[in-house]
Write a protein that binds this ligand. Structure first.
Ligand code: ADP
Ligand code: MG
Ligand code: MG
Length: 878
């Protein structure tokens, strides 16, 4: 219904996420399931969008429907909004369709004023409690709605606590809170020029507006950008009867996960604070106790809670993150949602839910984000390394990180921009610190629990985090922290271990991770589902072996130039380049031949039984020579030095002349790839000979080898035709000489737009195509890959000219069209043409999905991304 802006909880259901937001839809769903949810209503996301259309005003129909819903809430609760004899208090909670934890503001205890607070005190017979609620309300409303800086309020509490000589908030009594309230009101008056609002309806409307407005606050915008959440969704507002966890020791509030969000282990995992309101836990103001505290204090409530957790998990078929409050021994559920989890936990939970019969294998495969899977391959601290442990906090998000200490988010961002690795160290983090967390390698806080802001956000981003490390005495002004006698200043290096909670001095060596049985199990399911094969880009036998261990089904790109770069080879390569005659060049190449042969032997052997695509030399030759400017400086120096060795000078001058001769204004479009092979065929001849001598040797040893020779940078079929002939001739010669037979294919990279456009012709000469999407993107956009990132590309991305960095996510509409055309045209000529991709995009999940749709046979990516690609390929199929 277009003009229904407000839904009572009992009018909605879980499927109404878009309209009611995630929180609202789940509150409705739980209400339907007769769970103990305090009653309330939800103002829709459509109302939020309409609010913006109306120039940020609460339109009349909306106000009327809110008042009507409020009336029903009064009936249901038997309390009245603004009535001192029986005051109804509510929370006003934001809730977007996509979970944005901590991004938006919540206001608790709304409906309190100077009159109703007295009523609350009388009714509950607890003045301390009533004034505690009122001061919380003024503080939150003041901060969120009136824009009063929250530290002003916090200072007052610190003052009063100091005066009274107590450390914790609950130790303050009614009179203390009354004093706090008087000072709070003065702060509001001073800051806004108005007294604190006493009209409860005005409070409510202002709070609803503030939630709507918070949809467009800076941190919400940053969060949306970071997580690709569209801006037009809008947020819903939930208005709900308050229940009180701050009514004494038989009250409290907590957050629990139905499984361990770090490991995925099936056990209740959570935190509980006695005599507190929810914000205390979430904001990390007090470090909470483990959930077992509740079991000891109120076993019956705990049992009831455990039963509800199990029900919710089965109902939503996923691990839940549940917020709850106990008011004088009665349990209330305030929120449930799918819990954020580490990569390790995501994999374990998905696999366990299949084993428990809750999910199918296919559903489980869709539950794990390929990027998250990738995080599991991150490194951790070498267990055998000496550890200089400074302190130990809570292990909030696994993985290890090393970096320089910085103490605020802006600094973290600035340092990271300069290329420094930093660890953000804070007493606690708030949503305002989000850009600093993004920029940092890891986060360390001295306060807050496993569900504090820092922990939740870091886990979501896959960053290591240690929190609640209370031994740290942080001095933000002096930019240092102390642990006992030791002091660490801004800029000094520390290492944090998010798996153990340890904080270590200095840099500590890291090692490769150990992968769980569930990891392998999930990937085996993925392999059974996917059509797209996954290969790896690997240049050395070591990388090849690693790729194979990660499940690569071949090598899609073996770059031979890296083999030329080894320090002991560079002089020989230079000799080859500097040769003046073909004979001289061949002599140098003869020295390189056995080296290359050894390389290929190692790789082909490591990939026994699997295809290995070897690309012949690609970069311009000057890349193997010294830098022109440096050489010029050196020669100038030698010329001016009377003592200089004349022979050495002559040598350097010859080198300089050659470097000048090879110099190109635009080397990326220069004398490289197949153009080298055509002008200096002896280079490619040597490489092909090395490949086939290695292959022949392995065949004689009984090893199954499958070399695929790949010609780079082809734009015209004639280029390929000639080089294919060269490859075939050398291959035949070597096979004849060695008396072996090697099964091989010859193909080309498609990385020059003209090759894609004439793929039908090119396919006449190619057994396979491999789309080199790095160059293809560069040439299609006419963006220099090496320069664009540092120059205009950031501007393009920030201002929305481009939706994504095309060097990371394949540009489907442009570059993708060339790929689609290349495959289709190529297969017209050669129906069994094998086609794959070997650019960076082969390891990026959205690009992999595209490769699947466009009918490629395989993707090839760096060894570490192979597991990600296996899962993404399965998801593309599902
Ligand atoms: P967030 O989206 O940031 O988690 P919530 O709307 O869940 O914000 O509110 C934050 C906290 O406020 C919750 O954890 C909960 O403990 C508390 N809270 C919200 N509504 C109520 C309520 N009706 N009664 C008591 N506490 C509440
Ligand atoms: Mg919440
Ligand atoms: Mg290329």
């Amino acid at each position: 219904m277009a003009d229904k802006w407000v839904y009572l909880f009992e009018e909605g259901h879980g499927g109404m996420r878009d309209l009611l937001g995630g929180k609202g839809a789940n509150l409705a769903e739980m209400t339907k399931a007769a769970l103990p949810v305090p009653p309330g209503f939800t103002v829709t996301t459509e109302a939020c969008n309409r609010y913006y259309q109306e120039g940020r005003t609460l339109f009349d129909a909306l106000k009327a429907q809110i008042e009507e819903a409020l009336g029903k809430l009064e009936e249901k609760t038997g309390k009245r909004f603004g009535d001192p004899n029986h005051p109804l208090l509510v929370s006003v909670r934001s809730g977007a369709p996509v979970s944005m934890p901590g991004m938006m503001d919540t206001i608790l205890n709304l409906g309190l004023n100077d009159a109703t607070v007295e009523g609350l005190a009388r009714l509950t017979n607890d003045a301390r409690f009533a004034y505690d609620c009122y001061r919380r309300f003024i503080q939150m409303f003041g901060d969120v709605v009136l824009g009063v800086p929250h530290y002003l309020f916090e200072q007052v509490i610190d003052d009063v606590k100091a005066q009274r000589g107590v450390r914790h908030d609950p130790e303050l009594g009614a009179d203390d809170w009354r004093a706090v309230i008087a000072r709070y009101k003065a702060i509001v008056q001073r800051h806004t020029g108005q007294p604190f609002p006493q009209d409860v309806k005005a409070q409510l409307f202002a709070a609803v507006r503030a939630v709507f407005d918070s949809w467009n606050n800076q941190r919400a915008i940053v969060y949306r950008k970071l997580h690709n959440i569209p801006d037009h969704l809008g947020t819903a507002v939930n208005v709900q009867m308050m229940v009180f966890g701050n009514m004494g020791n038989d009250s409290g509030t907590g957050v629990a996960f139905t499984r361990d969000p770090n490991t995925g282990e099936k056990r209740l995992y959570g935190e509980y604070l006695t005599n507190a309101q929810g914000e205390d836990v979430v904001a990390g103001i007090r470090t909470p106790q483990p959930i077992e505290t509740l079991r000891e204090a109120m076993p019956a409530v705990y049992e009831q809670f455990v039963a509800i957790c199990e029900r919710l998990e089965r109902h939503y078929k996923d691990m839940q993150d549940i917020e709850f409050t106990v008011e004088r021994g009665t349990l209330y559920i305030l929120q449930t949602r799918s819990g954020k989890r580490t990569a390790q936990a995501a994999v374990k939970i998905a696999v366990d839910l299949v084993k428990e019969g809750i999910l199918t294998r296919e559903e489980a495969l869709l539950r794990v984000d390929p990027d998250q899977l990738h995080q599991l391959l991150h490194r951790r601290i070498d267990p055998s390394a000496p550890r200089d442990v400074l302190a130990k906090g809570l292990p909030a998000s696994p993985g290890a990180a090393t970096g320089r200490v910085v103490f605020d988010a802006d600094e973290a961002e600035a340092w990271a921009k300069r290329g420094e690795r930093v660890i953000l160290v804070r007493p606690e983090t708030t949503p305002e610190d989000i850009h600093g967390i993004v920029a940092a390698q890891g986060v360390l806080t001295s306060r807050g629990g496993m569900t504090s802001h820092a922990a939740v956000v870091a886990r979501g981003m896959g960053k290591p985090c240690v929190c609640g490390c209370e031994a740290l005495k942080i001095d933000l002004r002096a930019r240092m922290f102390a642990v006992g006698e030791r002091v660490v200043r801004e800029g000094e290096v520390i290492t944090i271990d998010g798996a153990t909670g340890e904080v270590l001095a200095g840099e500590v060596p890291l090692v490769d991770p150990v992968l769980s049985p569930e990891f392998h199990e999930l990937l085996a399911w993925a392999d059974a589902v996917r059509r797209l094969a996954v290969r790896a880009n690997a240049d050395t036998p070591d990388d090849a072996a690693k790729a194979r261990a990660f499940g690569a089904e071949g090598i899609g790109l073996c770059r031979t130039e890296h083999m030329f770069m080894a320090p002991d080879r560079v002089p020989v390569v230079q000799e080859m380049i500097l040769a003046e005659t073909r004979e001289e060049r061949e002599a140098a190449l003869q020295k390189l031949l056995p080296m290359q042969q050894g390389d290929f032997y190692g790789i082909l052997k490591a990939m026994e039984g699997l295809p290995v695509t070897i690309r012949l030399l690609d970069p311009p030759l000057h890349e193997f020579l010294p830098n022109l400017e440096e050489l010029l400086v050196e020669v100038t120096k030698l010329r001016g030095d009377p003592q200089a060795d004349p022979e050495r000078l002559a040598e350097k001058e010859a080198l300089l002349a050659k470097v000048r001769k090879l110099h190109e204004f635009n080397p990326m479009l220069g004398h490289r790839g197949c153009r080298l092979g055509l002008v200096f065929p002896e280079i490619y001849e040597m490489q092909v000979e090395a490949i086939f001598r290695a292959a022949a040797q392995l065949v004689r040893e009984g090893v199954d080898v499958r070399p695929e020779v790949m010609i780079p940078l082809v734009g015209h079929v004639n280029e390929l035709a000639r080089l294919r002939k060269l490859v075939d001739e050398v291959a035949q010669r070597v096979m004849a000489e060695t008396g072996t037979s090697v099964a091989y294919t010859v193909g080309t990279m498609i990385e020059v737009p003209r090759a894609a456009l004439t793929a039908d012709e090119i396919a006449r000469e190619a057994d396979f195509f491999s789309f080199g999407t790095n160059d293809l993107t560069q040439m299609t956009f006419a963006f220099s890959r090496d320069d664009a990132e540092g120059k205009f590309l950031p501007h393009y991305l920030e201002s929305g000219i481009l939706p994504d960095n095309p060097f990371i996510t394949l540009d489907e509409r442009g570059v993708g069209k060339l790929i689609a055309m290349g495959v289709a045209e190529g297969r017209k000529t050669r129906p069994n043409l094998k086609a794959g991709i070997c650019g960076e995009h082969g390891g990026e999940k959205r690009s992999i999905d595209f490769c699947h749709r466009v009918g490629l046979d395989y993707v090839s990516c760096s060894p570490y991304r192979v597991p990600l690609a296996r899962l993404a390929a399965a998801q593309a199929q599902l």
